[in-house]
Design a binder for this molecule. Structure first.
Ligand code: G4P
Length: 526
């Protein structure tokens, strides 16, 4: 049976994101991937890193950065016979809830670890988000050209801290000044490292190849022993375990030196899953269905300062998009014609002619699209699994002109629907508390309130550790809880009951005291 164009296109797509702690090498690796995929001529043009690195409150600076970073917020490039979509996960100053939500729109993720630093805090958080959907994870250990930690120790750390089994696919021989290259455990071949060389290093087939003795002399025997040991002691790669998110294939190399990346990408396109089925409130949608469907996972504002437009990023889940198509926006029950969606080819925004499952579309948004919105060809579907995440940073909003309260509320309401921040209104007083996961989100809100709603405000510190959404089927228990804990309860932007915990100890004690109440760290959008 011949397959349809949608089935063919879907089977070729691989949509993923990189998760890492700042400075592990995500940007460098992204450049090399695009370079390998033929998407850019010269590695080194993804974005200006230095400006990206420093937190800045300067709005102009932010606009400039965002102008640059949007072109790289989704990158599509061919690799072998696949079409790869790489979704950027803002990581430095621009770390935000978008970073988390982007991970709900991918089918796999690549974890990059600095070989000297091991598993770092941001990586742990991002892994937790991947866990919500059991997303398959590949691992790249970077910077082997520098002195780092023993590879065995690094794998151990990944296994214990991140609770995922490691199956090395390549294995490093030496490190730093003594870095000799990587051995491919499945292909039984050694790739020799030649620093600062534009040529790909020599590949030596077979562990018993005499060429190894020629190159390494007496060290060749140590190398053979080490490889045998690693083969015996480590987990074997198992595709099903990987696809279930329980085992990660591990690769070693140096992004800066373009080394170990071919091995990584060859395995990536072979193992990483094509667009996966997605849950909706009513049924599961398969990527190969002919009818179009997709959901919005991120909204970005003011990308082009000349046009104060907002772009809604939509992940295509099934079917085919063609230019000028009429789509049904399920939440408001309206049909809209999508004439000028953008796609993100090779670091350039282009007008989309067509898009398939796994691809990302940018829809122009004039305030009618919210995070989590589903678009279909008519069926009333609502995709699930695009949650709000409990904020980790909080500020109290102070209005400079009290007469502007109404405009402030309207602005905050809309900005929270767009996912720029989260709003909490305590039951017991008139405070307005904003929550975020990245500190720059607060600056964005102040500037957008001024620019778009003509409201000036500032922030005050507030003693909040975290927020938890409160659920309970037992109405009487819930009423009792509301009465007893009212000083710590608030409504979020959509009117949901939230527990605002001043300290971690307070949260733990409250959860202990109220075992029938469900305190959730995520909440579905609709
Ligand atoms: P990030 O996006 O994850 O934050 O990391 P980024 O790629 O910006 O890399 C962080 C630093 O690590 C950069 O150095 C980069 O050059 C360096 N780096 C990346 N890959 C490797 C590698 O394989 N080996 C070594 N030795 N270094 C690597 P920087 O000095 O902070 O910036 P730059 O001046 O090089 O831009």
């Amino acid at each position: 049976m011949s397959s349809s164009p949608v089935q063919q296109a879907a089977s070729k797509r691989r949509t993923f994101a990189i998760i890492s702690h700042p400075d592990a090498g995500k940007t460098t690796l992204t450049e090399k991937l695009l370079y390998f995929g033929g998407a850019i001529q010269m590695a080194g043009s993804v974005k200006s890193r230095k400006t990206d690195r420093h937190a800045t409150s300067d709005w102009m600076e932010m606009e400039k950065e965002r102008g640059i970073s949007v072109t790289s917020s989704v990158m599509q490039f061919p690799y072998r016979d696949r079409i790869v979509n790489l979704l950027d996960t803002p990581g430095h100053a621009d770390f935000s809830e978008d970073t988390y939500r982007t991970l709900t729109a991918v089918d796999s993720a690549l974890m990059v670890i600095d070989s000297a630093k091991g598993v770092e805090e941001r990586t742990i958080k991002l892994m937790e988000v991947c866990r919500l959907r059991d997303t398959p994870i590949l691992t790249f250990v970077n910077k082997l050209d520098r002195e780092g930690r023993e590879p065995i120790e690094l794998l151990d750390e990944v296994e214990t801290i991140l609770n995922i089994q490691c199956a090395p696919i390549t294995w490093p021989i030496g490190m730093g000044k003594g870095f000799k290259g990587i051995f491919h455990l499945l292909n039984d071949s050694m790739h020799i490292f030649e620093p600062h060389s534009k040529e790909a290093g020599e590949i030596i087939e077979g562990l018993d190849n005499p060429r190894l003795d020629e190159l390494f002399g007496s060290m060749a025997e140590d190398l053979r022993e080490e490889i045998e040991l690693v083969r015996g002691a480590s987990h074997e790669f198992d595709l099903d375990e990987f696809l279930a998110g329980r085992l990660t294939p591990v690769f070693f190399g140096s992004a800066m030196n373009n080394f170990g990346i071919t091995e990584l990408m060859d395995s990536f396109v072979e193992y990483a899953p094509p667009p996966q089925p997605r849950e909706t409130k009513t049924r599961e949608v398969d990527a190969t269905e002919e009818a179009f469907s997709g959901f919005v996972f991120k909204i970005q504002a003011n990308m082009d300062p000349k046009h104060r437009d907002r772009i809604a990023f939509l992940r295509v889940c099934s079917g085919k998009y063609t230019k000028g198509m009429k789509l049904h926006q399920a939440r408001i029950g309206k049909d809209v014609t999508i004439a000028n969606a953008v796609t993100f080819m090779a670091a350039e925004r282009e007008q989309a002619e067509e898009a398939y499952p796994g691809d990302i579309l940018g829809l122009h948004n004039h305030g009618t699209i919210q995070i989590g919105d589903t678009f279909t060809q008519g069926e009333a579907l609502q995709f699930t699994g695009i949650p709000y995440f409990a904020p980790e940073l909080f500020r109290r909003v102070r209005l400079k002109d009290p007469l502007k309260n109404k405009a402030l509320l309207k602005g905050l309401q809309q900005l929270s629907e767009e996912g720029a921040t989260q709003l909490f209104r305590p039951l017991d007083n008139n405070d307005l508390i904003l929550g975020a996961v990245g500190v720059l989100q607060f600056d964005v809100v102040v500037h957008r309130l001024k620019g778009e709603y003509n409201v000036e405000c500032a922030y005050e510190a507030v003693q909040v550790y975290t927020a938890r959404w409160v659920y309970c089927d037992d109405v009487r228990k819930l009423e009792e809880f509301k009465k007893k804990a009212s000083q710590n309860l608030a409504l979020d932007g959509a009117g949901n009951l939230t527990y605002i915990a001043p300290t971690r100890v307070n949260l733990d004690l409250t959860m202990e005291r109220w075992p029938d109440i469900d305190f959730r760290a995520t909440r579905e959008h609709l």
